[in-house]
Design a protein around this ligand. Structure first.
Ligand code: SF4
Ligand code: SF4
Length: 422
């Protein structure tokens, strides 16, 4: 690895990839107590091949050596792993801060108090409706109450600035002010993310993704409130309406973003769980570092990309054709417009697509398929093996230790460092 000269723009620097990911998502388990209809990883039941505690610690050792300052831990519901707190403690003790996403099921008063005592752990509570009616229709009966109770515990414990994370859908797009008020009530920060057609989300995307009119309203709302909410790379395709929105205006897949899934497979992005975006496995020789720095897929993603059909669009510099995963899982060409292209080209392309050619997400650990005795949906290489197994819930105490904050903004806290292989 060599260090490249500083480019004129940060975005140019990112396009060639970094020596370590800024936003590394690590899904610790497919186990989950809920069965959200849009779950990006089709979670529900644990996979028997999931990384062991020792293997998780080895990954953390590697992240420490690579100077990955923090990870976004998710799942499934990561807190149902019996060794969850042990892994969190190990990470922060090895200078890898943790932000974990949870539906709140394990955030008791005691846990909230322990979390509030750490500067190196951040918490993100998922909620997809500002009312129980809207939320529970997507996340399941009682999930609104569980999330609100967790937020109450965190607020009572004095945990300021935890995150309230919302996937914007057709049903909650009119509740943005209510979400903001809810976050403010508990001293949390609102995070809005895009519904991607990944995992079970592929099955409901057509009916749940915001309408064109709602996208415009969302854009206007973000223009007015964007500095107060976190959006990561969710809505840069909306910048084509006019004004650039805060965040990263390019797809960071394999460049600054990647996913380690529960069995150690490394994908270019948490929303691209498909063999086409599988770069390797942390258990292979060279581990995560080799995958990140020299896998064929990531090298390819870091090469200059053609703008394709979007290159001639006046908004290409801000929109860049939108989200790779959204295009892939709606069956649109990767070098064409985003399915939610604000110019309407994506909607036209969707009408013209061949539905038979729409790729299926890899893996399915849904409760329903397992309960019905169905095998995993996939069958693709690396996804075979024994079927999912029941969830075992347990916990150990968490201790205070070091966090940084990606806050789902790939730019947050970033200081340009070495690029990969340049
Ligand atoms: S594929 Fe989409 S979600 Fe993934 S990094 Fe690119 S823009 Fe973000
Ligand atoms: S045509 Fe392509 S670049 Fe232009 S707004 Fe649509 S998705 Fe973005």
């Amino acid at each position: 690895m060599s260090v490249a000269a500083a480019p004129a723009r940060l975005v140019d620097h990112f396009q060639h990839g970094l020596a370590a990911p800024i936003c590394l998502t690590w899904e610790l388990t497919y186990a989950c107590n809920l069965a959200c209809v849009h779950c990006l990883s089709s979670s529900g039941r644990r996979d028997p091949r999931e990384l062991t505690t020792a293997q998780c610690k080895a990954v953390i050792d590697e992240l420490e050596r690579m100077q990955v300052f923090y990870v976004n831990i998710g799942g499934g519901e990561p807190t149902v792993r019996p060794d969850f707190w042990e892994i969190v403690d190990y990470a922060v003790a090895h200078h890898v801060g943790v932000k974990f996403s949870t539906n709140g099921v394990r955030i008791t008063r005691d846990v909230a108090a322990r979390l509030a005592g750490s500067d190196y752990i951040d918490v993100q509570i998922s909620l997809d409706g500002a009312t129980a009616e809207i939320n529970d229709a997507v996340r399941g009966t009682g999930s609104y109450a569980t999330a609100v109770r967790a937020m109450e515990h965190l607020a009572d414990a004095g945990f300021a600035g935890f995150k309230l994370s919302v996937v914007v859908t057709r049903h909650n797009a009119g509740q943005l002010d209510a979400f903001k008020a809810l976050a403010d009530r508990y001293g949390a920060q609102l995070r809005l993310t895009r519904l991607r057609p990944s995992g079970r989300g592929a099955d409901v995307w057509d009916e749940l993704h915001p309408t064109a009119a709602q996208q415009r309203e969302l854009y206007d709302w973000l223009v007015a409130h964007g500095e107060q909410v976190l959006t990561g790379d969710s809505f840069f395709h909306l910048s084509a309406y006019g004004q650039a929105l805060p965040g990263l205006n390019l797809c960071g897949a394999g460049r600054v973003v990647c996913l380690i899934d529960p069995v150690g497979d490394v994908y270019a992005c948490p929303f691209a769980i498909h063999d086409s975006f599988l770069a390797g496995n942390v258990r292979e020789p060279g581990g995560f570092e080799r995958v990140w720095r020299s896998s064929e897929l990531f090298t390819e993603l870091r090469a200059p990309q053609s703008g394709g059909a979007c290159a001639s669009c006046a908004h290409f510099d801000s929109c860049r054709g939108g989200c790779m995963a959204a295009k892939f899982f709606t069956g649109l060409p990767l070098d064409g417009p985003d399915p939610e292209c604000v110019q309407g080209y994506g909607a036209d392309a969707l009408l013209a697509r061949d539905d038979a050619g729409v790729p299926k997400p890899s893996g399915d650990h849904s409760h329903s398929r397992a309960a019905a005795g169905k095998p995993p949906r996939h069958g693709e290489p690396g996804r075979g093996g024994p079927g999912p197994v029941p969830v075992v819930i347990g916990r150990a105490p968490v201790s205070a230790a070091p966090v940084s904050a990606c806050q789902q903004d790939p730019l947050a806290g970033f200081a340009p460092a070495a690029t990969v292989g340049r």
